[in-house]
Ligand binder design. Structure first.
Ligand code: IYR
Length: 228
């Protein structure tokens, strides 16, 4: 028997003409194929509306049981950015000091190190948290833990949409993951059920920004797609 909590409503779907479909599909592909991870940002301000719309796009993502287990903390305050940079550089110093040789070699073509100037230069840092579980009020007033499903996958999809929106709006991004990331929850005063997953500087690239040649090479379609 159908549950009374299941209430279907008609789907609203816009059917596109085939030529429009192909055109849109190609335009989106072109924009996304030009995206590069940027590590040198300009301090030039970015309209907040672009970041806000990107968060709205991210928050439209599908998620396990539609629990939307994400929080996007948008940091513009220079003092907070400075604290985040100091925290990230501290973790990264330790990472680069102790990283296993295999990992070091994998990173060599990217030319990264523990200096993270982009964390204070970029006009915005979007810190993405996963909400590991929810809280519900029981009739007697006590708090009950609510299990969240597919948290990492859901947050990953949302971040993909966030990046796509910002890229489409002509902005540069980086998915930075200083490890461990717990310092972000401390600096930003997030509750225990929020776990930092991504630290994303957003802005325009510095005029002299470079990218590692290594990052330009993407696998050919034959290597990523199997058609059955
Ligand atoms: N978090 C470090 C190291 C790093 C790790 C991976 I995997 C990368 O793709 C890039 C960097 C840093 O940001 O420098």
């Amino acid at each position: 028997m159908a549950s009374s909590r299941y209430q279907p409503v008609p789907l609203r779907h816009e059917r596109l003409a085939p030529d429009v479909q192909l055109h849109r599909s190609r335009m989106f592909l072109e924009v996304m194929q030009r995206r590069r991870s940027v590590r040198a940002f300009s301090a030039e301000p970015v309209p907040f509306a672009l970041v806000e719309n990107a968060v709205r796009a991210a928050a439209s993502a599908p998620s396990g049981a539609n629990q939307q287990p994400w929080r996007f903390v948008v940091v513009q305050d220079p003092a907070v950015k400075q604290r985040i940079r100091a925290g990230a550089e501290e973790e990264e110093r330790e990472f680069y000091r102790s990283a296993p040789e295999e990992w070091r070699q994998a990173l060599e073509p990217l030319g990264t190190d523990e200096n993270k100037a982009y964390l204070t230069t970029a006009p915005y840092l979007v810190v993405v948290f996963a909400i590991t579980h929810g809280w519900e009020q029981a009739p007697d007033g006590t708090r009950i833990k609510v299990k969240h499903y597919y948290v990492r996958e859901s947050v990953g999809i949302a971040v993909g949409l966030l990046l796509a929106s910002l890229t489409h709006a002509g902005l540069a991004t980086l998915t930075h993951t200083p490890a461990p990331m717990a310092f972000l929850g401390t600096i930003l005063g997030r509750p225990d059920n929020e776990r930092a997953e991504f630290l994303i500087p957003v802005g325009y690239p510095a005029p002299d920004a470079t990218v590692p040649a290594h990052a330009l090479v993407k696998k050919p379609l034959e290597d990523v797609m199997v058609r059955v």
